[in-house]
Design a protein. Sequence first.
Length: 288
Amino acid sequence: MLRVLLLLITVIGLSSVSLVLPAAASTATDDLQDKPPAKRIIALSPHGVEMLFAIGAGESIVATTDYADFPEAAKDIPSIGGYYGIQIERVIELNPDLIVVWQSGNKMEDIKQLRDLGFTLFNSDPKHLADIATDLELLGKLTGHSAKAKQVADDYRQQLADITLQNQTKPTVKVFYQLWSTPLMTVAKGSWIQNLIEVCHGDNVFFDAASEYPQISIENVLLTDAEVILQSQDEGNILGINWSDWPELPAVKNQHIYQFDADLLHRATPRAILGINAVCGALDKVRR
């Protein structure tokens, strides 16, 4: 439950933050063209850690943040903070030659302070599924793992293209994604989950909401005639609302309520393919 609540704090509390990093990811990479590959890396997000391991640079990570737990080896890396802030003094002690920050998930003042201290920063903050492959390749250049990074990125791109092609002509399904139960929250256009729903040819019933992560009511949901409800596996999310009390909703009447590993849906890593396959599989059950 705590993991998903922290996600909510991140996406709602920090989604409007605007911060000038080394201009952009590509600029950061260009700035390092003449520097040796990074060998001491601090990764300030779970997805950053996962990406670095995916391209073979995991052994270079000297510190990370809370909930960086994949792959298994990531659990052995010391954490120096979380959504609540980074231990700047520990960063100074560790003296990394690269810090992978997350503009939407790290505190603005922490990133600014790290930049002002002269550390080299790379912002990994994917907004679209295609951005995962781009960041993998850029991290490959920064860490001296370009060949492996290209391989992983190309494989990811091919899988994403295949899944998109397989689903683009299927009938649409009206989807309600329950981000959290108390308060009841969902996702709309511009959100990360919307990317997955679109690949599976789902019709997000709250796509046009005023914010990316709107708070709604059960009455709002009942008006949508949603055909499927998607939730995370977190007990607090599942038990927060007893949907069987509203059998008039097609998703409830036809028993199309499905739970997923939140990490596969919420983290921008190559494992997003597993999350997409899970969502598409649920929508296929509705179609049948």
